[in-house]
Design a protein around this ligand. Structure first.
Ligand code: GRF
Length: 208
């Protein structure tokens, strides 16, 4: 049975992309990464894709006159790669409703907090961990959710809690959340959705 075709969208360092690449054939059995697209041509994530021999494209958001034009180019890449599943792994462009509505329950995002805490517009990267420390929570974590038109608002797929420790800085907490939650959860969630895609395909083949 052929694997689900996964496209990973990135903007930065790409440690979550690396976790997905490393999980292939292990925690990620039912899906294969066929494309990486970055909205930032300098993202280190592109180098990780190249090192793993995965086709990588840079579509600099600022090179397009509008969100529509950017999303049209992105859709063309996804269609050409015959992507079944899109994984946002530190992807900073907010996708429009027009885009997300075309992929119901087929776009995953990883967010470094326990949604609904510390999420939504403006909560990205270190800001999330700064807010968690400022509020004094003792437990934080990560969430993988389906993506809809509301930033961080889609259905939750997986969550994992991580302790906040005395003396934590945003950087220390970010690293712990990545190591203990994000890098495990994202491949697990990609596997779950890939299994669904593979099953659906088998059912459709039987009735066509
Ligand atoms: C991660 O913390 C992820 O949860 C958030 O952005 C960060 C991306 O890091 N959405 P990386 O590029 O995967 O290293």
């Amino acid at each position: 049975m052929s694997a689900a075709r996964i496209a990973v969208l990135v903007s930065g360092g790409g440690t979550n992309l690396q976790a997905l690449l490393d999980a292939q054939g292990k925690a990620l059995q039912s899906g294969r990464i066929v494309l990486v697209v970055s909205d930032n041509e300098n993202a280190y994530a592109l180098r990780r894709a190249e090192a793993a021999n995965v086709p990588a494209r840079a579509l600099a958001r600022k090179g397009f006159p509008s969100q529509e034009a950017f999303e049209a180019a992105l859709r063309a890449e996804l269609d050409a790669a015959k992507a079944d599943l899109i994984v946002l792994a530190g992807f900073l462009t907010i996708l429009s409703q027009d885009f997300t509505a075309r992929w119901p329950r087929r776009i995953l995002n990883i967010h470094p907090s326990l949604i609904p805490a510390f999420c939504g517009k403006g909560f990205y990267g270190l800001h999330v961990h700064e807010a968690a420390l400022a509020r004094g929570v003792k437990v934080t974590g990560a969430t993988v959710h389906f993506v809809n038109e509301i930033p961080d608002g889609g259905e939750i797929v997986l969550q994992k809690a991580v302790d906040v420790l005395p003396g934590d800085t945003p950087e220390l907490l970010q690293r712990r959340v990545m190591e203990q939650a994000e890098w495990l959860l994202l491949p697990q969630a990609a596997e779950l959705v890939s299994q669904t895609i593979v099953k659906e395909r088998a059912t459709n083949d039987r009735f066509s």
